[in-house]
Design a protein around this ligand. Structure first.
Ligand code: ADP
Ligand code: ZN
Ligand code: ZN
Length: 731
């Protein structure tokens, strides 16, 4: 080698570029982590490329301090994929890489430490007992730890004895300790006993599976459009079985693992290979171990939420995205706002494997891709087994007596279904006791001090809480302004539970919302109460719409469908239809037919009418025509520049300048800046600037030239701002 290569290093900084370093003692390969001097700190970065030269003058170039990995941590295709994501979302590559790596790896932790296990040898145990190491008290201490608690991973040891490495090496040299590498499935749920019952596929399931299997080995996009309970999961299982048989691995993305423990256990029952679960409920160490087991090719199936789209699987054979319409696939906080579903398609393309998107209520984007011929629709129009589709009916709230949010026809139906031995599910998309606390004297409404929002009443805990910023206050007994009495107005899950308990005494109720179900153990307990038949009535929020299988639920009541009927967001109708259809899908999933009653003040609303008359597919076709006329996605492309500042006008001023420097680019429309729908949130003032284009490449080119200039704006320095490419919500 003649001239030393320059290392192009990605660092987790807000700067949209790579940093040049000299190699130091040994040349770090692309994909390896290095520790580098950065200002007065030492940062961990990842080598993204080797370059021949640098724009930095040679005397200013610094050398890397340490090469952390001896072999690439990320394989080239995964690295290229992450770079692509950084480009598409116009986000610094260092920060994208940081989002993709477990925290312990970002901090420079030895990638193998999670799987390297240390223990005392018999000689070590004897030595300890004989007091041999009296002159080396530190080594003795470590040996004692290993004798008492071993085998311990490097990570465990780091927690107990920060400077254990050198000591361990000495013990190893003396033959008192040993070290083995073993990938422990810290998060694995398998290996299953293959005890699960396997159904004979319906002809539609078989057809879908045949098309998917025929598509293995190359890129192809498939939409599994199957009504709730039609056996989509069964198709995933069979497809993955086939992929495993070919010696390949599978990635399954799902919305929220904590909320779908049933999904994981179905996989664990069916397969006897190690499965790694990657989700937010893991500790840092568990996450690293799961990540390592995927990277090492040990885990053959990775099941995970959003960020698992970056999981380092080997020999990937297929990607499945379950409930692909779910909004939680979109990261909508922080700087790197990506869609895991969209990235999954790109990753499948790069890996030349098929992608399967499954849903009972496909996103309009996915339906449109079918129309464009970019994706193949596989349909499961019938429920699996003997289950019949539920019947949907509207209850006109203006025509019936209503007691505490519960109309007479719904109450009567609940009574009837309970008497017939069915379980009843009541859906209300609002947690807490009531959304408003009102003074009956002066009309005062309890406001959040930090947001343009009302406080929600949580009666049982005696507090008010803001669902936007988390602020809490004790529940006042009287109006702070005039001293009159105050009363809760409207209904949330807690109040509905109370109403139902009064109306149907002796019928046990299970409540599902974020207040009553805080962790997956709570959820499992609640699900158990339902599946065992102990609970007769289920009350809950969105949480109840997610994939649960409750065979004995025969009636679903939807209490407040009206909330989103008149929302200004272009996606509100799609969301509402998805919610109604998903929650309706919980009814009658087994032998008994289901009934769904939707309370509304607007029974003539075209959205509800088309949903009832034509189902989700018909509704979607109609709503897509409206989107096309308005140029909204999936017909047009959007990006949203959001900003917030502590001073009321700061965000607007910054966005006004950002708009000014954009000029009038061809094919781009800029809308705004405008204050956000909720201007003040958690003490900050929000505003946004919408960028529209009919063509994705036009939008991408514009963003690429505009953002570096936006970054230079003085007015942006003391603000928080972020670009959201393909935002889910624009108001
Ligand atoms: P989805 O994922 O579409 O909601 P599931 O795969 O969970 O549907 O299937 C719904 C129920 O039907 C499950 O209890 C499943 O075991 C059962 N099931 C799936 N496929 C079949 C089949 N071919 N025959 C009988 N039952 C089936
Ligand atoms: Zn008052
Ligand atoms: Zn608030």
């Amino acid at each position: 080698m003649n001239s030393p290569a320059i290392l192009k290093v990605a660092l987790d900084t807000p700067l949209r570029r790579l940093f040049d370093y000299l190699p130091g003692q040994s040349l770090a390969a692309v994909g390896c982590r290095v520790r580098v001097p950065f200002g007065r700190q030492q940062l961990v970065g990842l080598v993204v490329a080797h370059g021949a030269g640098s724009d930095v003058p040679p005397e200013k170039l610094k050398a890397v301090t340490e090469v952390i990995d001896t072999a690439p941590l990320l394989e080239a295709p995964l690295l290229r994929f992450l770079e692509w994501a950084a480009g598409y979302y116009h986000h610094p590559v260092g920060s994208v890489l940081a989002a993709a790596l477990p925290k312990l790896l970002r901090e420079g932790q030895d990638a193998r430490e999670a799987i390297r296990f240390w223990s005392a040898t018999p000689a070590g145990q004897e030595a300890l007992a004989a007091g041999t190491l009296a002159r080396a008290p530190k080594q003795r201490e470590l040996l004692a730890v290993l004798c008492d608690h071993g085998p311990l991973s490097g990570l465990d040891l780091s927690e107990r004895l920060p400077r254990w490495r050198e000591l361990a090496r000495s013990l190893l040299a003396r033959g008192y300790a040993e070290c083995v590498e073993q990938v422990l499935e810290a998060t694995a749920v398998g290996p299953g006993a293959r005890a699960a019952q396997v159904h004979a596929l319906s002809s539609e399931q078989q057809q879908a599976l045949d098309s998917l299997v025929a598509g293995l080995g190359q890129f192809g996009s498939f939409l599994l459009d199957g009504v709730t309970g039609s056996g989509k999961t069964e198709v995933y299982l069979r497809l993955i079985d086939e992929v495993l048989a070919r010696g390949q691995t599978a990635l399954l993305l799902c919305p929220e693992i904590g909320l779908t423990p049933q999904l994981i256990s179905r996989f664990a029952e069916r397969f006897s290979v190690p499965i790694a679960a990657l989700h937010s409920g893991l500790t840092d160490r568990e996450r690293l171990a799961a990540w390592r087991s995927a990277a090492g090719g040990v885990a053959r199936i990775v099941i995970g939420t959003r960020s698992a789209v970056f999981a380092p699987l080997r020999e990937l054979g297929v990607i499945v995205v379950d409930e692909e319409h779910d909004a939680s696939f979109k990261q909508h906080e922080g700087g790197f706002r990506y869609s895991a579903r969209d990235l999954a398609v790109v990753r499948a393309q790069a890996a030349a494997v098929p992608i399967l998107l499954g849903s009972a209520t496909p996103s309009f984007e996915s339906l449109h891709n079918v129309v464009l011929g970019k994706s193949t629709r596989l349909s499961l129009p019938r429920r699996a087994g003997a289950a019949e589709p539920p019947s949907l009916q509207l209850i006109d709230m203006r025509a019936h007596a209503v007691h505490r949010g519960l109309s007479t026809p719904l109450a009567t139906a609940i009574e009837r279904h309970l008497a017939a031995g069915g379980q009843v599910l009541v859906f209300i998309n609002r947690r807490g006791y009531a959304p408003t606390l009102l003074c009956s004297g002066c009309g005062w409404i309890a406001p959040c001090q930090h947001c343009d929002a009302r406080m929600t009443v949580h009666q049982r805990e005696g507090r008010l809480s803001c669902h936007h910023c988390g602020a809490e206050e004790p529940l006042p007994q009287a109006c702070p302004r005039c001293g009159h009495s105050v009363r809760p107005l409207g209904h949330g899950t807690e109040r509905v539970e109370e109403t139902l308990a009064e109306r149907f005494p002796g019928q046990p109720i299970a409540r599902f919302d974020r207040d009553s179900v805080r962790q997956s153990a709570d959820l499992e307990a609640a699900i158990d109460r339902v599946t065992s038949g102990e609970a007769r009535i289920l009350v809950g929020t969105q949480m109840l719409t997610k994939g649960h299988h409750f065979p004995d639920v025969t009636l679903v009541g939807v209490l407040n469908a009206d909330q989103s009927l008149f929302s200004t967001d272009f996606r509100a109708a799609e969301r509402l239809a998805q919610t109604i259809v998903q929650v309706a899908g919980r009814a009658g999933r087994a032998a008994r037919a289901g009934e769904v009653l939707i309370q509304t003040e607007f029974p003539q609303h075209p959205l509800l009418q088309s949903l009832l008359a034509e189902g989700y597919g018909g509704f979607a076709r109609q709503a897509l025509t409206e989107r096309e006329a308005a140029g909204w996605p999936p017909y047009g492309r959007l990006a949203l520049l959001r900003a917030s500042g502590v001073k009321p006008q700061a965000a607007i001023e910054f966005l006004t300048q950002a708009r000014r420097i954009a000029g009038t680019p061809a094919g781009i429309a800029l809308q705004g800046p405008v204050p956000a729908a909720m201007v003040r949130r958690a003490g900050r003032h929000y505003a946004q600037l919408l960028v529209e284009s009919a063509e994705r490449p036009v939008l991408q080119r514009f963003l690429a030239s505009w953002l570096p200039q936006v970054e230079q704006l003085e007015s942006g320095r003391n603000l928080r701002w972020a670009l959201d490419v393909d935002p889910l919500e624009v108001f």
